[in-house]
Design a protein around this ligand. Structure first.
Ligand code: NAD
Ligand code: UGA
Length: 457
């Protein structure tokens, strides 16, 4: 007999892996993951999981059928659980008030109403999704206006995992943050959630706070991370003008212990489902409190990212003699980062669209993300070639643009690739992944990010 029953509503990139790790580490809890999507739930029940994450299948297999199950029966999952994590998507609103900035809370609110309708006993409801600060208040208002005499305690437990390293991040998190009301009931509920994580996370890494600090910390953590990337990307532009190398600058700056070395890799731009959305959400919240200067400050992080994407494509066009009409251009990678099949907000989407506008012949290769790429580019499928073979992608190409830092691209037979390409052959390395000097010596014209080009022209 299991002691506690946990439900998670939302079986996506966060809900699935998080619950799999909780189930594996806490055999005394019964964990049910519920979602509206029948295909997603069906996939979680097979060995072809709906998302690609290194090490995830092993974790799922360790707990599935023991104390981890997946279902579309959301009502039953709610009724039978004392603890309900809500991990549904919270995208940027595309309509009405706050369009393009505010979080679209319709999925979250729908779950709140499902919880309200199905519950017959008190529940702890946990915000796992990333939400605007003060959402817990709205949730409490919806849930506790139930007239059934059932008490709901709302807790904020934001998730900090990154895709591609989700399992590792969950097994050994830098910190777990649990925010609650500071009432007797709030503190009791907080402790229940602390008790779950204490099964494998050291006590000093489990942080507790008030519920608003927890909600806001999640938005701020993503804003700070994205800000570092925009900062180094802004400097990459300056390096290209001054013969400084952004890698050398990042190394020198990052060795200051106060700055730290991580998240200082210049790139074609940050992607992923959350950085842009969460910063825009922060901007919107600041504006709604009349903090316009604060809003403009954070908005510039997104503006710099867009500039970096534009700059990358402009360099390609300029360096290829100001026309790319009819030229075959191979994009190496489409995922927004390595080790994931996720392409949400990938800079490769923008780059592809721009290259197509310039009437280039685009060929896309990626080891994991071609299916998503096809979905993202559904309106242009006739114009694009897709292949999982980088050699085929490069064959006959005028240029290669590295979009994703997949390790495998480092160890390709670049001399073979060079021979198969049109000449002059160009490499635009949007991730500073390759050995630029070696490629230059083979005959390539090489364009690193944030360093002078190595060209024979
Ligand atoms: P996702 O789109 O992969 O998954 C969300 C799931 O919720 C989908 O499967 C959808 O079908 C389901 N859903 C939506 N409405 C539902 C409803 N009413 N009932 C049942 N299921 C419903 O999203 P995700 O990437 O897992 O992100 C979820 C939340 O976590 C977001 O708020 C995001 O900002 C946050 N987050 C994401 C990451 C990440 O790396 N992706 C990391 C940290 C936090
Ligand atoms: C990010 C955060 O790292 C997580 O802590 C957070 O939980 C998550 O967002 C979220 O809320 O969704 P994720 O988007 O999965 O995780 O991946 P990151 O590793 O942060 O990379 C984001 C983007 O920045 C990628 O496109 C990546 O290539 C780029 N990046 C990262 C750089 O361009 N340079 C760097 O130095 C680091």
């Amino acid at each position: 007999m299991k002691t506690k029953r946990i439900a998670c509503i939302g079986a996506g990139y966060v809900g699935g892996p998080t619950m799999a790790v909780i189930a594996m580490k806490c055999p005394q809890y019964q964990v049910t993951v519920a979602d509206l999507s029948e295909s997603r739930i069906a996939a979680w029940q097979t060995d072809t999981l709906p998302i690609y994450e290194p090490g995830l299948l092993e974790v799922v297999q360790a707990a599935r059928g023991r104390n981890l199950c997946f279902t579309t029966d959301i009502a039953a999952a709610i009724r039978e659980s004392e603890i309900i994590f809500v991990s549904v998507n919270t995208p940027t609103k595309t309509f009405g008030e706050g369009a393009g900035r505010a979080a679209d809370l319709q999925y979250w609110e729908r779950v709140a109403r499902d919880i309200l309708r199905e519950s017959r006993s008190p529940k702890i409801v946990i915000e796992k999704s990333t939400l605007p600060v003060k959402t817990a208040q709205t949730m409490e208002n919806i849930l506790n206006a139930n007239g059934k005499g059932i008490h709901f305690e709302v807790i904020s437990n934001p998730e900090f995992l990154a895709e591609g390293t989700a399992v590792q991040d969950l097994l050994e998190p830098d910190r777990v943050l649990i925010g609650s009301r500071e009432t007797a009931e709030g503190l009791k509920a907080r402790q229940e959630i602390v008790d779950i994580y204490a099964n494998w996370v050291p006590a000093e890494r489990i942080l507790t706070s008030n519920v608003w600090s927890a909600e806001l910390s999640k938005l701020v953590a993503n804003a700070f991370l994205a800000q570092r990337i925009s900062s180094i990307n802004s400097i990459s532009a300056l390096c290209e003008k001054t013969e400084a190398s952004v890698r050398e600058v990042a190394r020198a700056v990052g060795m200051d212990a106060r700055v730290g070395p991580r998240f200082l890799n210049a790139s074609v731009g940050f992607g992923g489902s959350c950085f842009k959305k969460d910063i825009l959400n922060l901007v919107y919240i600041c504006e709604s409190y009349g903090l316009d200067e604060v809003a403009r400050y954070w908005e510039s992080v997104v503006a710099m990212n867009e500039y970096q994407e534009q700059r990358f494509v402009r360099t390609m066009i300029r360096e290829m003699f100001n026309t790319i009409v009819g030229k075959r251009i191979a994009l190496f990678g489409f995922a927004f980062k390595a080790n994931t099949s996720d392409t949400r907000e990938s800079p490769a989407i923008y780059v592809t669209r721009k290259l197509l506008e310039e009437r280039a012949n685009v060929v896309i290769t990626d080891p994991k993300a071609l299916e998503s790429a096809r979905r993202d580019l559904a309106g242009n499928l006739q114009e694009i070639e897709f292949t999982d073979d980088p050699y085929q992608a490069a064959s006959g190409a005028h240029a290669i643009a590295v979009m994703t830092e997949w390790d495998l691209y480092r160890s390709l037979a670049w001399d073979r690739i060079y021979r198969s390409m049109e000449k002059p052959a160009f490499v635009f390395d949007g991730r500073n992944l390759l050995d630029h000097k070696r490629l230059y010596e083979m005959g390539f014209n090489v364009y690193p990010l944030g360093a002078p080009p190595l060209k024979h022209l």
